[in-house]
Each structure stands twice: as C-alpha cells, then as structure tokens.
Design a protein around this ligand. Sequence first.
Ligand code: FPP
Length: 241
Amino acid sequence: MTVEERKQPHHVAIIMDGNGRWAVRRGRPRTYGHHRGAERVREIVDIAPDLGIKVLTLFAFSTENWNRPGYEVRVLMSLFRRYIAREVDGLDAEGVRVRFIGDRSHLPKNLVKLMEMMEARTAGNTRMVLQLAISYGSRAEMTGAVQRLAVEVAEGRLSPQDIDQDTISGAMMTGGVADPDLVVRTSGEQRVSNFLLWQSAYAEYAFIDECWPDFTPERLTELVAAFGQRERRYGALAASS
Ligand code: FPP
C-alpha cells in the first residue's frame, strides 16, 4: 500500500447523515429530508471534480438501513432509480465514471439493472470516479474479500505467503481505487458506522454539525482547503521535530 503525503484530497468519502432529523425539525416527514438530500448529492458531485477530487465516495444506504420502515426504504430505492435515470447522461458528458459498491442481492432488480447500465455507460471515463455505496457495510465487504481469497488459496491459485496488504485492498469492492484521504460525516455524530474501515486506515476525519441537506458545495470547498493545512504523519514524527 503506498502512503503518500497529499495537500489536496485525492479521494473524499462522505457519510451523508441527518436527512431524517433535518426534515423532522421542520415538521416534515423523514422522506422529505431524503429528497432534499438527493438534490445535495447532485450539487456535491457537480463541484467535486472542480476541487481536484479524483474519487468521491458517498454512503447512500448501509446494510443496517434495511431495518428502516418499508415505506422509507421504498422511497430511497426510488430516489436511487430516479438519480441514475436523470444523471447518467450528464455524468457521462462530464467524464465521471460511476461505480456502485455494496451487496446487490437484496436490491430491487430494476434498480440493479440501472446501476449496471450506468457503470457500463461511464466505464471509460477518467475525470473522476464516483463510488455510490448502496447496501454497503465494511465488515460484509471484508468478509467477502476473505472468502474470495480463501477460494483462491484452496484452488492453488494463491499461496498464503503471497497475501499482503495490496492483495487485500485489491479484493475489496473498492479494488483499484486509492484509499480515502478525507472522510466527512455530517449531522454531528462522531461514528464511522461500518464505512470503509480497511480503506480509511490513514484517512483524516471531519465530523461536522450540519445535516446532509444543509451541506453545501461551499462547505465542501472549505473542508478541502482545511485538509491542505493538516499535517499527516502516518505514525512518523513531524518534519519539524
Ligand atoms: C442518512 O440520514 C441518510 C440516508 C440513510 C440516506 C442517504 C440518501 C440520500 C442522501 C439521498 C439519495 C442519495 C442518492 C445517491 C441519490 P438519516 O435518515 O439516517 O438521518 P437521521 O440520522 O437524522 O435519521
């Protein structure tokens, strides 16, 4: 795994939290917050390449979110479908490659078809990678990676001594994409909630109070600038010590 000092975050990952609270505080149903949250997704994805971000990962639905009321889950699935249908042409024209990470087996078939279409349509794009985490959980991802590597060992295609950190990174759903430099969580919660646990080993975290529907492109711009001021040491000493 290469570890390199960056002044500019190459990969920004965001836990988009607080849609429900944002809506309830305004006397509206939780799902209204998700609709407003989807509008923010469009704005943030639009500005990210202009900020020099090369990979943007958005946590849209966790494996735990399946425990939400059926109505809320259906609204979210329909928002994902609508997002893909509306955005595919624009994102393709902007040179964004879209990739979905997560367990597709429980997702509605029509959504999975749209996801596959969007991935195929944008596969050749190089300006930015947008990873949308849907039905994603880091421990499930790691479990799947271990299982795949175990099969390779059992079939004699891989020897245990050859398994290093790069092998494990490559077996993750995020394989081939650089690790996050900056992980942002909105809504004031200070938890990582099973998100990119392996990949975020050296990431900087920013826990911010705004709920996701209040997260503006200007706020992202500020966070990217603040990242450039932080000193990342990766366990070593500061240059001045
Ligand atoms: C967390 O807020 C947010 C979610 C579970 C859903 C995220 C979805 C979106 C931002 C909209 C659609 C996304 C795309 C990619 C089009 P919460 O409901 O957990 O808020 P709470 O903690 O206040 O209850």
